[in-house]
Design a protein around this ligand. Structure first.
Ligand code: FAD
Length: 380
C-alpha cells in the first residue's frame, strides 16, 4: 500500500503541527488543571478549516479526504488531546452524519455553520444505563404529529456545554426495539433542554464533558435525521467513521509521548552517559517506535478504505483497538523514561498517560471493538 502523502496532505499536516505547537502548547497544562474549554482556540481552528475538514465546500467545509483529517488529528493530539476530541466529534460524528444523512434544509441550516466552525456540535448517544449497549435507550422521542416530545438524560457528552447543535438519539417506538430509534437535531435554546454539570475527569480535562437533560423538549419533525426508525443505524454508521478519528487521536497521543521520551533520553544522563545509551531504555524506544508505526499503518488503512468507498467497519475497529492500546502503553513507558520528572506536570507525559486511557473507552470500548472485529472475521 502506497501512503506517500500528496503536497496538499503534507500542507495540512504542517498546518496542524504549527497550530498545535504555536497555539495549543502554551496553555495546555493550565487548561488540563483548570478543566478550561479552549473556546478561543476552537474558534481559530474553525477559521483554519479544522472543524469541517471532510465536508463539501458547498456547505462551508474544506472538502478534504479522510487521510488529511487523520493527519491533522495526529498532529493536534501530539500536543492536546482535549482540543482534538472536540475536532473529532465535530468532524466525524456531527458534520459527517449531517452531510450524509441530513436533508438539504438541515444541511443549509446547521451543517454550513458547523463545518465553518461558526458553531460546534455534540453527538448524544450514551445514557446512564446505555453505553456499550446503545440499544437500551431510555430517552424517548414521542411522536406528537408535527413534533417529537423529547424526555431523558444523556451522559458524558463531549462539547456538551459549548455546542449549539446536538444530535440526540432517542426511542420513539419502544415495541420496535432498535428499529424504533430516531436521531433528532436539538438546538441549545430549545425549551426544556438543560445542560448538566461538567464532569471532573481523569484525562482530556480541557474538553467539555457534560450530562444533558431533556424535559418535554418539543423538537420539530423536520429535525429528524433520515426515515422514521433510522436513528440506531445512523448512530452505528456515524460511529464507524468516528473510530477512525479516535484511532488517529490515540496515534497522536502515542507519537507525542514517544517524541518527548526520545528527546529526554538523549539529554538525561545517568551513570556517566545519556540514558538512551542504556539498552533497557533504547529497547523501550525501539518497541514504542515500532508499535506507533504499526498503529499508523492501521489508521491510514482505515482512512484509505473510507476514501476509496470500501467497507471500513473492520479496519476502523482494528485501528482504534490497536492505536489506543499503543497510546496507553507508550504513554506509560514515556513516564518511565522520564523517571521522577515523568510524574511532574511540566514534562507533559503524565498528561499523555491520563489522556490515553479515554481512547480505550469512548466511541466503543476495546472490548466492543473486539466484538466488531470478531463478528466481521467470523461472519463468512
Ligand atoms: C470523556 C468522555 C467523553 C464521552 N463522549 C461521549 C459523547 O460525546 N457522546 C456519547 O454518546 N458518549 C460519550 N461518551 C460515552 C462513552 O462512549 C461510553 O462511556 C462508552 O461507550 C462505554 O459505555 P459505558 O461507560 O456505559 O460502559 P459499559 O457499557 O457499562 O461497560 C463497562 C465495561 O463492560 C464492558 N462491556 C460492556 N458490554 C460488554 C460485552 N458485550 N462484552 C464484553 N465487555 C463488555 C465494557 O467494555 C467496559 O469495560 C464519553 C465518555 C467519556 C468518559
Amino acid at each position: 500500500m502506497d501512503f506517500t502523502l500528496s503536497e496538499e496532505q503534507l500542507m495540512i499536516q504542517q498546518a496542524a503541527k504549527d497550530f498545535a505547537q504555536n497555539e495549543l502548547l502554551p496553555g495546555v497544562i493550565e487548561r488540563d488543571e483548570t478543566q478550561k474549554f479552549p473556546s478561543e482556540l476552537c474558534r481559530k481552528m474553525g477559521e483554519l478549516g479544522f472543524l469541517g475538514m471532510m465536508v463539501n465546500e458547498q456547505y462551508g467545509g474544506s472538502g478534504l479526504d479522510t487521510l488529511s483529517y487523520v493527519l491533522a488529528m495526529e498532529e493536534l493530539s501530539k500536543v492536546d488531546a482535549s482540543a482534538s476530541v472536540m475536532v473529532s466529534v465535530n468532524n466525524s460524528l456531527v458534520c459527517w452524519g449531517l452531510e450524509n444523512f441530513g436533508t438539504e434544509a438541515q444541511k443549509q441550516k446547521y451543517l454550513t455553520r458547523l463545518a465553518s466552525g461558526e458553531i460546534i456540535g455534540a453527538f448524544c448517544l450514551s445514557e446512564p444505563e446505555a453505553g456499550s449497549d446503545a440499544t437500551s435507550q431510555k430517552t424517548t422521542a414521542i411522536d406528537k404529529g408535527d413534533h417529537y416530545l423529547l424526555n431523558g438524560t444523556k451522559n458524558w457528552i463531549t462539547n456538551g456545554g459549548s455546542a449549539e447543535v446536538y444530535l440526540v438519539i432517542a426511542q420513539t417506538h419502544v415495541e420496535k426495539g432498535h428499529k424504533g430509534i430516531n436521531a433528532l437535531i436539538v438546538e441549545k435554546d430549545m425549551k426544556g433542554f438543560e445542560i448538566g454539570p461538567k464532569e471532573n475527569k481523569l484525562g482530556i480535562r480541557g474538553s467539555d464533558t457534560h450530562s444533558l437533560l431533556f424535559n418535554d423538549v418539543k423538537v420539530p419533525k423536520e429535525n429528524r435525521i433520515g426515515e422514521d426508525g433510522f436513528g440506531f443505524k445512523f448512530a452505528m454508521k456515524t460511529l464507524a467513521g468516528g473510530r477512525i478519528g479516535i484511532a488517529a487521536q490515540a496515534l497522536g497521543i502515542a507519537a507525542g509521548a514517544y517524541e518527548l521520551a526520545l528527546k529526554y533520553s538523549k539529554e538525561r544522563k545517568a551513570f556517566g552517559t545519556e540514558i538512551s545509551n542504556h539498552q533497557a531504555i533504547a529497547f523501550k524506544l525501539a518497541d514504542m517506535h515500532t508499535k506507533i508505526q504499526a498503529a499508523r499503518n492501521l489508521v491510514y488503512q482505515a482512512a484509505f478504505d473510507k476514501d476509496t468507498g470500501k467497507d471500513y467497519t473492520l479496519s476502523g475497529a482494528m485501528a482504534k483497538l490497536y492505536a489506543s492500546e499503543v497510546a496507553m502503553e507508550t504513554a506509560i513507558e514515556a513516564v518511565q523514561i522520564h523517571g521522577g520528572n515523568g510524574f511532574v506536570k511540566e514534562y507533559h507525559v503524565e498528561r499523555f498517560m491520563r489522556d490515553a486511557k479515554i481512547t480505550q473507552i469512548y466511541e466503543g470500548t476495546s472490548e466492543i471493538q473486539k466484538i466488531v472485529i470478531s463478528r466481521s472475521i467470523l461472519k463468512d
